[in-house]
Design a protein around this ligand. Structure first.
Ligand SMILES: NC(=O)c1ccc[n+]([C@@H]2O[C@H](COP(=O)([O-])OP(=O)(O)OC[C@H]3O[C@@H](n4cnc5c(N)ncnc54)[C@H](OP(=O)(O)O)[C@@H]3O)[C@@H](O)[C@H]2O)c1
Length: 217
């Protein structure tokens, strides 16, 4: 059992979509929910997204609370081939908070020269999530807020590495053409579905934040 506690944060419509078909997602939940999400970032050692989210949204991933936290979380991108743009908000703010590029063996030399820390996590086509968690633990990271997108979130859930869900829901419907919160989990029967126990519900204006913890199987 890993010593790294991973919370998957989702910001979805009522029908569990994280983006429109064209990929736009940044304003699904309200500004009050987004402020709450910044508090969650501040409460974790690291925040993490997939390369797809970096390409679609160019997120900064800092914790912008009032007042600012004493220490910014480490910002991590699962980026097997090191394709995070040098001009991205992440890479142009390496002096504000550390950036880690977790690769699948790609040396990502340009990103390292530009100030990112590069962690080689496996030698496959994709960054290996188990290797990643081992490395994070060795680097002293105890808590990670995993912010998606759907493919990366599914990889962590499939491997049983997510302990908690922080699920913001906005009272809108996006429909089946929107991007589902989770990519494929490969389930063949309901008995093997991960089960979650609700532990808290917060109303944030018209949005809701539900927190769940994984039940032992
Ligand atoms: N509303 C929300 O809460 C929210 C949050 C985040 C994102 N989004 C939206 O979600 C969309 C992006 O989601 P996405 O599913 O396309 O991309 P994603 O999950 O952010 O990133 C997927 C990419 O991550 C890299 N990756 C590295 N290791 C991986 C692993 N072990 N498993 C899976 N992926 C791995 C892969 O690229 P390489 O092979 O190149 O490494 C893969 O293509 C955007 O539209 C964004 O706006 C919404």
């Amino acid at each position: 059992m890993s010593g790294v506690r991973i919370t998957l944060k989702l910001a979805t419509s009522l029908d569990g979509r994280i983006a429109l078909a064209d990929g736009s997602s940044q304003w699904i939940t309200s500004s009050a929910s987004r402020a709450r999400a910044h508090e969650l970032r501040a409460a974790h050692d690291a925040v993490m997204v997939g390369a797809g989210t970096v390409m679609a949204d160019d997120p900064l991933l800092t914790a912008r609370t009032i007042p600012l936290p004493a220490r910014q979380p480490v910002r991590i991108v699962a980026d097997s081939r090191g394709r995070t743009p040098l001009h991205s908000k992440l890479m142009t703010s390496v002096n504000v908070a550390p950036v880690v590029i977790a690769t699948a063996g790609d040396p990502a030399g340009q990103l390292a020269s530009a100030g990112a820390r590069v962690w080689r996590c496996g030698n496959g086509v994709r960054m290996n999530v188990q290797d990643f968690v081992r490395r994070a633990e060795a680097e002293g990271i105890r808590t990670i807020l995993l912010e998606g997108g759907s493919q990366l979130a599914a990889s962590f859930v499939r491997e049983g590495l997510v302990h908690e869900l922080a699920w913001f829901r906005a009272p809108i419907l996006i429909g089946g053409e929107g991007l589902s919160a989770l990519g494929e989990l490969g389930l063949t029967d309901l008995k093997s579905a991960t089960r979650w126990r609700p532990v808290a519900t917060e109303r944030i204006g018209d949005d809701v934040l539900d927190t769940y913890v994984r039940t032992e199987q």
